[in-house]
Design a binder for this molecule. Structure first.
Ligand code: HEC
Length: 131
């Protein structure tokens, strides 16, 4: 019995170590970790006011975000890039799409940080989570 207990503890410790090293390797973050800058939010507001405001309010984005819960932020970016604005999809610059997503996240209540949100750099490692 004593032996069994000790080997079980060993297994748990080993698998825990594995989980820790895996998450460190992937550097998984969430939208709550300050993954966009204040400058992006300001730029994104201009895009939003000019291009998105006519058809959506912020409540709409909060609800949309829920359907992307636990998914990488890049999926939302790709969806918006491919389908929005609905009357002219893909018509904005890639930076404008990125900035508008930063603005929406900020309006919902997520914090700004020092690192720029960049679809080519780690956006697939940032998960959408509830506030
Ligand atoms: C001409 C109207 C119009 C404009 C302008 C517009 N949208 Fe949309 N948007 C829609 C419609 C219609 C839908 C689909 C609504 C639904 O699924 O209920 C939608 C859906 C969305 C979704 C949900 C996508 C999904 O699959 O969950 C997001 C996010 C979104 N829009 C963001 C934006 C952003 C950001 C902008 C500005 C760049 C924008 N929209 C501009 C009409 C518009």
């Amino acid at each position: 019995m004593k032996y069994l207990l000790r080997s079980l503890t060993g297994i748990t410790a080993a698998s825990l170590g594995l989980v820790i090293s895996m998450s460190a390797a992937a550097q998984q973050k969430t939208v709550a970790d300050g993954v966009f800058t204040e400058a992006q939010v300001e730029a994104g507001q201009l895009v939003y006011d000019g291009t998105c405001k006519a058809c959506h309010n912020m409540k709409f984005y909060e609800d949309s975000l829920k359907s992307f819960n636990r998914q990488p932020l890049i999926y939302l970016w790709e969806t918006v890039l491919g389908t929005m604005p609905a009357d002219n999809p893909g018509s904005l610059g890639l930076n404008e799409y990125t900035d508008v997503i930063a603005y929406i996240l900020s309006e919902i209540g997520f914090p700004t940080g020092d690192t720029k949100l960049d679809p080519d750099n780690g956006m697939d490692q940032i998960n959408i989570v509830p506030l």
